[in-house]
Design a protein around this ligand. Sequence first.
Ligand SMILES: Cc1cc2nc3c(=O)[nH]c(=O)nc-3n(C[C@H](O)[C@H](O)[C@H](O)COP(=O)(O)O)c2cc1C
Length: 391
Amino acid sequence: MLLNAEDFRREARRLLPRFVFDYVDGAADDGCCLRRNARDLDAVTLTPRVLRDTSRIDTAVEVFGTKWSSPYGIAPTGLNGLVRPRGDVMLARAAARAGIPFALSTASNMRLEDVRAAAPESIQWMQLYVMHKEMAARIVQRAQRAGYQALVLTVDVPVSGNRELDVRNGFRVPFKPTAKLGWDLVTHPRWSMRAAISGPPDFANLVADGEDGGSASMQAALLARAMDRTLVWETLAWLREFWRGPLLLKGLLHADDARLAIDHGVDGLIVSNHGGRQLDAAPSAISALPSVVAAVAGRVPVFMDSGVRRGTHVAKAISLGATAVLLGRPLLYGLAARGEAGVDAVLKLFADEFMRTMALLGASSIADLRGDSLACEGGPTDAGVASRVST
Ligand SMILES: Cc1cc2nc3c(=O)[nH]c(=O)nc-3n(C[C@H](O)[C@H](O)[C@H](O)COP(=O)(O)O)c2cc1C
């Protein structure tokens, strides 16, 4: 039975080749940050209020003038095509059906225009990695033309995190067959059959129109460029030349960076440690959230991701000041387990769990969750955990 996100994780582990599952599920170094995300989210408690009318519960939030049916969206993840061919479109369509946003990664396996066209009525954000300024400017201009509603600049990847599982599994791009990988493929025939039919996933956004993006050597060359590490706060002004909509920064954990972001005209922040995939010493996102929210003081919306696995986790982040959260791995587990229907199923789990949590808390609107009466007790707001929050 697939009753929760962890059940979908186990199903994904069963169905995906080891190297794919580890790529999705894995984290940096020793996995400390990954575990911290889970531990700190679990440690927060919410105190329910009783004898309140919850016969009609409204879970909607408004973000940048657009209504979301629930206070969560789908986080940008690269290489979705490795989990399922056309995974990017499956996630985008499922998000559209659920009335929530989908963020497309720069490292998607489908062209951003094609993903937009597959769910034209939906809320779609474009995530940006700046590997090369010229290439980034081109992607941003294409996203603007295609109708993406917000741009998310990810700022926690000056270099890639140390993912030892990928190294041990011999997983790299371009894909180089080894005996170990061969055995992995043979023992996961359903995944291998699909992959054989669709061919290896391309980084479809990284090549200019008309260029051939399919060749392994070209992909390797593009990725080997790594990130542009000359990126600084002043670079945001350069981005604004190409992007006219809301600009969000993803991967902030420090209150001073939140203040700087606002000084530089950013429209929204995503408190995130990349799901524990970057700096293993980073604080959990939920423990960093209150200090960022305090620094922002309501001037722009603050989102959070990293470790959200339950409807209660969504409620905890909101009660600590987040406007909404983003969901990463749980949807990839759903995609791996049942394709597009699996993404729908995981989103339904979150919707049901969140609705039940609201009722149990005596909250009939998102505003109720933010009220003082539901203030968290324990967890990151406790002195013990607060001392870990860097300011
Ligand atoms: C397989 C995978 C690929 C990811 N790729 C990207 C990416 O391309 N761009 C980005 O900004 N974040 C990327 N992330 C980070 C997610 O956007 C998000 O911050 C993280 O998954 C949230 O943590 P969670 O998986 O615990 O929910 C990726 C995460 C995973 C698991």
